[in-house]
Design a protein around this ligand. Structure first.
Ligand code: G3P
Length: 216
């Protein structure tokens, strides 16, 4: 399983990267807006690419295929690891098909159903991002949708990789692993919560206390 960070915060990315477990980064306009005042968003994406050795998703804003492709080419020029996030729309499918023909990696985003994911794969998307937490928010079992996407992709040998997105807590990561997702992208706070366990902390405390006793 590959682990991506769903953030544009350079401190968080540097920290996670230093743990040796980071495979990529995903951003979106909301995530980049949180870094307002820290420089141009293209510079932030470039800096992320210089930290992480893996795909870094930047999203297009245009809602028509021509505009999406134009923006995608500009984003691609930032760094070879930039992957273009394109929303699930008819024009998004057109743009993904065109970009895929040009050898540009794409991440079809805002995907909420297996049928949308089938179209993303047919269009040649490199990645597809089902938003699990947002489905849970409206009383759907988000991970069931992801599991269905993975089964369908396996049934037909689609090469599009599934990124479990809109992750809210460590159990989403476990469930993603159980259904065989290729990638999970998560906020830094979720990654920190995965590491932390009260029994780990109390275990370390006890080991150190016992060690101290025999040093006297
Ligand atoms: O990768 C998609 C993610 O950024 C959406 O997460 O928490 O806004 O639903 P969220």
């Amino acid at each position: 399983m590959k682990i991506f960070l769903d953030t544009a915060n350079l401190d968080e990315i540097k920290e996670a990267n230093s743990w040796g477990i980071l495979d990529g980064v995903t951003t979106n306009p909301t995530i980049l807006s949180r870094e307002a005042g820290k420089g141009r968003f293209t510079d932030i994406l470039k800096q992320i690419c210089e930290i992480v050795d893996g795909p870094v998703s930047g999203e297009v804003i245009a809602l028509n295929a021509k505009g999406m492709v134009t923006e995608a080419l500009e984003l691609s020029a930032i760094h070879e690891n930039i992957t273009i996030k394109v929303p699930m729309l008819p024009d998004g499918l057109k743009a993904v098909r065109e970009l895929s023909a040009q050898g540009i990696k794409t991440n079809m985003t805002l995907v909420f159903t297996p049928s949308q994911a089938i179209l993303a794969a047919k269009a040649g998307a490199t990645f597809v991002s089902p938003f699990i937490g947002r489905l849970d928010d409206i009383s759907h079992f988000g991970m069931d949708i992801a599991a269905d996407i993975i089964t369908i992709y396996e049934n037909y040998g689609f090469e599009t990789e599934v990124i479990i997105a809109s992750v809210r807590h460590p159990l989403h990561v476990v469930e993603a692993g159980l259904c065989g997702a290729d990638i999970v992208t998560m906020p830094f706070g979720v990654l920190e919560r995965i590491v932390k366990h009260p029994l780990t902390d109390s275990g370390i405390k006890r080991f150190l206390e016992d060690w101290e006793k025999v040093q006297k």
